[in-house]
Design a protein around this ligand. Structure first.
Ligand code: G3P
Length: 257
């Protein structure tokens, strides 16, 4: 099953805002998520990490250094400490003081407005001290009635299996990772891990995969594509959706295609 969209085009090709509308706003922040809704993306992709006191937060990197004014590993900081950081000014002065969203805040915002692709980062899955990033994330999704409007994904296949065990009905996508895939085809991987969809980078994607997945009705989504020429190549392969930092541009290209 795939997420039910709040507003969708007819052929249900998904414009997915990668970390929100992150070409125009700092990635994985509330302004980037609001931007994605304004640009009428069908879905927002965001990344989940765990604070040292076991709260799921939205941030991509294991280290704080590049996308906040913090230093070192995110997992060494409590939620309280993380919330004092500035996650906006690395992008532009205009966003100085922007706070790291909790997963709860992001889900609450999206509910009733836009579907979510919640990517569980490997670092959060391997958190021995707290664990349970899958349980906690799923619980939040259910708290806001978003279970029909999300798809989970991870490069860590343990997380995919764990989510399916917790709730076989929750949509899950496998993030393709060549080194873990032992020459298996996308279809074989999807079957092996019992997932609903296949996500893959533009550089690794092969057109023939698309044909095979389509024959078996398996949705497949490609990241991260900001160039019109590449968008058109994927549209002609009839992929199910594209992750982009520029949802406004992808909307335009898809409409003209
Ligand atoms: O989830 C799609 C894409 O964002 C995966 O790559 O490195 O951004 O987590 P990454």
């Amino acid at each position: 099953s795939l997420p039910v969209l709040y507003h969708s085009n007819d052929d249900s090709f998904l414009v997915i805002a990668h970390r929100g509308a992150s070409a125009q706003y700092p990635e994985n922040t509330m302004p980037a998520f609001k931007g994605a809704v304004e640009m009428e993306a069908e879905m927002i992709e965001l990344d989940v990490m765990m604070s040292s006191d076991g709260v799921p937060v939205v941030f991509h990197d294991a280290r704080l250094d590049d996308h906040s004014d913090g230093k070192g590993l995110l997992k060494d900081y409590t939620l309280r400490e993380l919330r004092t950081l500035d996650v906006g000014s690395w992008f532009s002065e205009q966003y100085r003081g922007e706070k790291m969203p909790t997963l709860e805040e992001a889900i609450e915002f999206a509910s009733g407005k836009i579907a979510l692709n919640i990517e569980i980062k490997t670092e959060a899955v391997s958190d021995e001290l707290h664990g349970g990033v899958e349980e906690k994330s799923l619980e939040l999704v259910k708290k806001y009635g978003m279970e029909d409007h999300v798809i989970f994904s991870s490069f860590d296949y343990r997380a995919l299996e764990h989510l399916k065990k917790l709730d076989p009905a929750i949509p899950v996508a496998l993030l393709y990772n060549r080194s873990e895939s032992e020459n298996m085809s996308p279809l074989e991987l999807v079957r092996k891990y019992g997932v609903d969809a296949f996500n893959c980078s533009y550089n690794q994607f092969k057109k023939k995969w698309s044909r095979e997945l389509k024959e078996h009705n398996i949705p497949h989504f490609i990241y991260t594509v900001d160039q019109p020429r590449r968008m058109r190549r994927l549209l002609s392969a009839e992929v199910s959706g594209i992750f982009t930092n520029k949802p406004d541009l992808l909307k335009e290209v898809a409409t003209e295609f």
